[in-house]
Design a protein around this ligand. Structure first.
Ligand SMILES: [Cu+2]
Length: 362
């Protein structure tokens, strides 16, 4: 019998704007431990109407213009219908149809129709021009000194390979990007299996990840915060559970995070954790997952070297805590039916040791 107690699905609340929109972990950390432990719940909603960077701001401007133009036309059409309804002559079933308009020229009507057509065409051409200008603005973001990240989409998780940055070597991680505020980010996109789509609405529009083809997306976060991304292209059963967190933080915090990610997994003196490491290295885990600094170097699954630096596991599916880790390892399909990770057939003590060791991967 397995217990589901303590298994807390992350509720990405998509229907109401979170008041925690710009709550950052370091603010939280000073505000008290309750905030830290519930942090994953405080992950904000994705929100294209709350741009946190220059690219999303361009897109929001185009959206606002389109909304205003279409709103005005919609109101005008409704007003026209209303006027026609109010001006119509009263009639009942017995009233004969008035077809005199078919032979009598209606100059006034013709003029209004021509005027409305001209105004509509001008407005539509205006929207096309605005669209082209937005496209141009998006392509003109300066990318000097950009941070380069290679993102690979897999069913149903994100592999992130950070390129070497100056003298610092690159590193791999998964499902949670950290980026420095104010610095251009160039993400090169490709897919390992099927088509996925990268979409972090607070930062930029959508861009597909295609197997065998490399495309790039360029953006910049101008406001620190945690921004939710979501695969935006149907990629199989768990498509809806393929989220991505983007943590935009001040450059020094980013540098500290990146430096920690470059390290190998720390050694633990704890005997339970050491036992857990053995379990990991000797079971199937090691053939799919990499933990740098151990014998595990699989390349089919998220890099777990610094698993505990992530707020969620399984691409946003669960809050990252020991109870959820144990439940996930025991039966991934219970949380993501069809997940590409098999259930582990481990004894309770082995599982406990394994989770204890995973807990040291900070
Ligand atoms: Cu996908």
């Amino acid at each position: 019998m397995k217990s589901r107690l303590g298994v807390l699905p992350v509720r990405w609340r998509n229907n109401a704007r979170s008041s925690h929109h710009s709550v950052l972990p370091w603010h939280c950390a000073t505000a008290g431990s309750i905030c830290v432990t519930t942090l994953a719940y405080a992950l904000p909603n994705q929100d294209a109407l709350a741009p946190a960077g220059i690219q999303a701001a361009h897109i929001l401007r185009l959206w606002n213009l389109t909304l205003i133009v279409c709103g005005v036309f919609f109101a005008a059409v409704l007003a026209g219908v209303l006027v026609a309804l109010l001006r119509r002559e009263r009639a009942d079933v017995a009233t004969p149809p008035d077809l005199s308009g078919n032979v009598r020229p209606e100059r006034g009507v013709r003029r209004s129709v021509v005027a409305a057509t001209v105004v509509s065409v001008v407005a539509l051409v205006g929207l096309v021009v605005a669209d082209a200008l937005t496209d141009r603005a998006l392509s003109q973001m300066p990318v000097a000194r950009a941070l380069h990240i290679e993102l690979v989409g897999w069913d149903w998780w994100w592999q992130a390979d950070y390129a070497p940055d100056g003298d610092a070597p690159g590193f791999s991680t998964a499902n949670e990007l950290h980026i420095p505020v104010g610095r251009p980010i160039v993400v090169s996109l490709t897919a390992g299996d099927v088509i996925h789509s990268f979409w972090v609405p607070n930062l930029h529009g959508k861009k597909d990840l295609l197997p065998g083809i490399r495309s790039t997306v360029e953006f910049r976060a101008d406001k620190p915060g945690i921004y939710r991304g979501q695969c935006a292209q149907f990629c199989g059963t768990e498509h809806a559970l393929m989220a991505l967190a983007v943590v935009a933080e001040p450059p020094d915090r980013y540098a500290a995070w990146a430096a920690a990610q470059r390290e190998n997994a720390p050694d633990s003196a704890d005997t339970l954790a050491q036992r857990g490491k053995q379990v990991f290295e000797q079971s199937a885990c090691a053939s799919c997952h990499t933990v740098r600094g151990t014998r595990a170097s699989g390349a089919l699954a998220p890099d777990l070297t610094h698993l505990m630096s992530r707020q969620t596991i399984a691409a946003g599916r669960l809050v990252n805590n020991p109870a959820n880790l144990a439940a996930w390892i025991r039966d991934p399909g219970a949380f993501k039916p069809g997940a590409m990770m098999p259930p582990a057939n481990l004894s309770d003590p082995d599982l406990r040791a394994l989770v204890a060791w995973l807990g040291t991967l900070r």
